[in-house]
Design a protein around this ligand. Structure first.
Ligand SMILES: NC(=O)c1ccc[n+]([C@@H]2O[C@H](COP(=O)([O-])OP(=O)(O)OC[C@H]3O[C@@H](n4cnc5c(N)ncnc54)[C@H](O)[C@@H]3O)[C@@H](O)[C@H]2O)c1
Length: 337
């Protein structure tokens, strides 16, 4: 029974997916806002969206208004201005990751959200993943003792999965491009979800392989999460194997989320066997359907946001610090002693 009325803003890669996945929940009626007219028409027809707008002004000006909530899927530097415009008019917002590419306007947005009493959250996908949520709960319950280390290893051949990467926001850091803001932010945000916010970082990043762009495609981060938990995040966007694991090592056991092997598992016996805690579907839409359902539960007051705007801001602060330090790290030469 559709009772949410949702505007998808930007129906490129992720916007079309959100449109499809919100529709799949059967809990929402959908309309869209997209300046590329041909794309807007094609996507609207594909999913039977009856209203489409060429701009946010046109969407907000239409009466009677066709939506109460907007999912902001335009490139990242546009997220905060769009969110402020929507919240000002009392519209709930679900904002794609990363929250933004700078801190501009975010404090005002947070105050506006409180003043207007709307629901707002950041679409940090992994926080809605049932396996990540179950693993977080097991860690929080103390099943493995105190967390002491996070090791996150991500790699994928970006051109295979996003052949258009040279023609989209990815090419420039100003529009949210580069490995740090585009992909590493998912890992960092998930790590913060699992063990708490990152307090301090060191990093190295470079453009190593991807043709046709100059932004970084390879990143190494070491960090400390709250309470001194040591962290280590590696990522590249050019290797052949798909790898995506986040391992949380605790005093009495180890927990691992492994996206490509579709499970989270644990090991408590030294030299023992991995115990599969949860096996999940590898169908990519499923996680977005979970995310859509969870967000609509939040709208209905039945759940807390998986990632609040304040939590999105914390991860943004990590991104911005990494961008400041990762291209000129303080190396210690290994000379003759
Ligand atoms: N959660 C995830 O897994 C995930 C995956 C991909 C992208 N993203 C995020 O989603 C956002 C969009 O990424 P994408 O890959 O879909 O990009 P994309 O380039 O495929 O699509 C962006 C769309 O926004 C439209 N757009 C541009 N300006 C607009 C405006 N003012 N109003 C409305 N629409 C506008 C463009 O025409 C385009 O169709 C980025 O912030 C990105 O970081 C998240």
């Amino acid at each position: 029974m559709a009772n949410h009325r949702i505007l998808i803003i930007g129906v490129g890669s992720i916007g079309e997916r959100h449109l499809r996945c919100f529709k799949a929940t059967t809990r929402a009626e959908l309309c869209l806002c997209e300046p590329n007219e041909q794309l807007a028409k094609t996507v609207a027809e594909r999913y039977g969206a009856t209203r489409r707008y060429a701009s946010l002004d046109a969407a907000l000006g239409d009466r009677p208004r066709a939506f109460d909530t907007a999912v902001i899927c335009a490139p990242s530097h546009l997220h905060v201005p769009a969110a402020k415009q929507l919240v000002e008019q009392g519209v709930n917002v679900f904002i794609e990751k990363p929250l933004s590419t700078s801190l501009d306007g975010i404090e005002e947005l947070i105050q506006l959200i409180e003043r207007k009493r709307v629901t707002a959250a950041v679409a940090c996908t992994y926080r809605s993943h049932p396996a990540v949520r179950a693993m977080k709960q097991a860690i929080a319950e103390g099943r493995f003792g105190r967390p002491v280390q996070v090791v996150s290893t991500w790699g994928q051949h970006f051109p295979k999965y996003r052949p258009a990467y040279r023609r989209i926001y990815y090419t420039s850091r100003q529009t949210g491009g580069g490995a740090i803001q585009d992909v590493l932010t998912h890992a960092v945000n998930a790590g913060e979800f699992l063990v708490g916010p990152i307090d301090k970082v060191m990093a190295d990043a470079a453009h190593q392989v991807l043709e046709g762009v100059e932004v970084e495609d390879t990143v190494h981060v070491i960090c400390r999460h709250a309470g001194g938990v040591m962290g280590c995040y590696s990522l590249n966007q050019h290797q052949a194997p798909n790898e995506n694991t986040i391992t949380v090592i605790c005093e009495k056991g180890t927990a691992r989320f492994d996206l490509n092997n579709a499970r989270w598992s644990s090991m408590t016996e030294p030299g023992g066997e991995w115990k599969t805690e949860m096996q999940f579907s590898l169908e990519r839409d499923d996680i977005f359907i979970h995310q859509a359902n969870l967000f609509m539960d939040v709208l209905e007051g039945k759940a807390a946001p998986a990632c609040t705007v304040a939590e999105g801001l914390q991860t943004l602060r990590v991104n911005l610090t990494l961008l400041e330090i990762a291209f000129n790290p303080k190396w210690c030469p290994v000379g003759p002693k």
